[in-house]
Design a protein around this ligand. Sequence first.
Ligand code: ADP
Ligand code: MG
Length: 662
Amino acid sequence: MQSLETIKGIGPKTQKVLTRLNIKDIQDLIQYYPFRYDIIEKMKIEDLKDQEKVVLEGNIENIPTLFFINRRLDKMTFRLRAEEQLFSVIIFNRGFLKPKLTVGKKIVVIGKYDKKHQTITAAEIRLESIMETKIEPVYHTIYGITGGQIHTLINSSLELGNYESYIPEYLEEKYHFLNRKESIYHIHNPKDAILLKKAENRIKYEELFLFMLEMNYLKEKKNNRFGIKRTISKERLNSFIKTLPFSLTEDQKKAVEEIYQDLSNEKRMNRLLQGDVGSGKTIIAFLAIYMNYLSGYQSALMAPTEILASQHFFNLKKIMEQEDLRIELLTGKLKVKEKRAIYEKLENGQIDVVIGTHALISEQVLYKNLGLVITDEQHRFGVHQRGNLKNKGLTPDILYMSATPIPRTYALTLYGDMDISSIKTMPNGRIPVKTYLRKTKDMKDILTKMLEQLKKKHQIYVIAPLIEESDKVDLTNVVTLKENMEKAFGKYYKIGVLHGKMDNKEKEEAMASFKKNETQILISTTVVEVGVDVLNATMIVIFDSYRFGLSTLHQLRGRVGRNALESYCILISDLDKKRLEILERTTDGFEISEEDFLLRGSGDLFGEKQSGDMSFGLANVKKDYPILLKAKEDSLEFLKKHFEKEDYKRIRNIVEMSTSLD
Ligand code: ADP
Ligand code: MG
């Protein structure tokens, strides 16, 4: 792995920013692909459309006026003459350009057009005119680095990259792929649309081929394995179930029975438990843990967030109050010493259940006799992580849980080797959450609705897409929202905040206060999306809802309506009405995920890029499904006929490493 320091222009500061983008070496950098391309092409005035993107060339008509709105925000306005018409141009945070914007100068303005006011809100001003159509890569950025800077760094690293191919030659030839190096060059510097497409196709195929190869290899290995044969006392299980505060639904009973059968017999369990948000999957996991415990084995339960892990920890402890299971929570925030103590106990068999996040797999945790591994919200974990987990015991039984129904065809391709238990009906007494789509201008009405809930002593989640103010996008953020909510409700109610930049302790405290009803309103980003369970919360208000996928919104909505109280979800959005209306219409997660799949591709289904699973650099399971199918077929054939050949040692190593069982 080549270190980043060798690149001109990367000092310690830039390196830090890059680390936050998950770019740790040169290879990461050159494989930091654009998330989209802008087509920059001069437009004629007659082609301008209201509220749409414009790229307009013209001459500056007057000296720009510059205002400072606050220390971090400036606003510049001027008039632009194009084809003998005048436009007002507004641009934020480009005050530094003012000296260059002299009267008469020819510039290009790129932004959004407001026809009624003849105004362009510019995102960008270019001082050179545009000669020909350009395809420009757009990169995800964060504070501290611009897309342009990333692009420059990539281009100065390209020569240093490693371009060894993961596609066997005979397949490269079969599909006439561009080679890997050319492809990556074109992806960052596309000359034309056709070449770009060819380049993308190669990289996508390569990603999917390797992925399917790993999946198929895993399956093959797994099928040849036996699990644990054990005896579980049905009586103890049943009498334990009787102590639960509710009776299980029919689907839950069936799932328990299926898991009981799997665990009891010698074949290794490899089961996916699917059920919509709120359908009650957690208790099934707990019962599986109990069965595993009764037969004398250790269990590991993994959750995608620390918040969820600690919630599971406390709930399991509570439910097992009368039993003597030894349960521990292993998370990143523990001190080294505390962690070490837990590792030791796991190895000595002094712990029966360990609950945690990736910490459970990312470190060298050894178990005395791991019999069961459960992953909650399975779609949030990566396939590599799954492989790793299996590494931990001899051949532990595996249970995956997911609230995201995966359309059947995809499920069969990706998880074809699993058995599936489904919970289709909700526990009794649930009232579907009432969902309303509202505009920003309805704020008064929304606040009134919130107050009604607060007066009933119920609690409210408020969700914003951003943590803090950003000069890049105009979106609601947690910090500002907190100020505004304080103004509206602060006198009588307490308001908490929860977001990803807080450290784990702060997050846990915020969550605990909300759980205990010490705070009545919790303002948060989507970190509350998965799994969080606070029964007294009856309303969730989601700002700028258009920013989220339907499945994410459905998950968020699942935070309320978890008992017999009437609950509400208010989606605030001035855009994207049609798509969001689907949520007003239905609370059926399956229907929603199908719609999402059609509309957005797999992003939401398999978790966002950062969160792991199915996260490919370029490929998208839905959009590139035909490529996936090809890759699946080819990888199966490769596995059968060529995998063991000396020529393919490198590919074999990669596959074996990332799927190592034990
Ligand atoms: P999810 O499937 O989204 O993970 P949970 O397991 O968190 O859902 O369950 C949601 C809520 O429903 C929890 O508060 C849980 O205690 C409760 N619950 C689960 N099963 C039942 C049941 N059979 N009857 C009543 N409430 C239940
Ligand atoms: Mg859950």
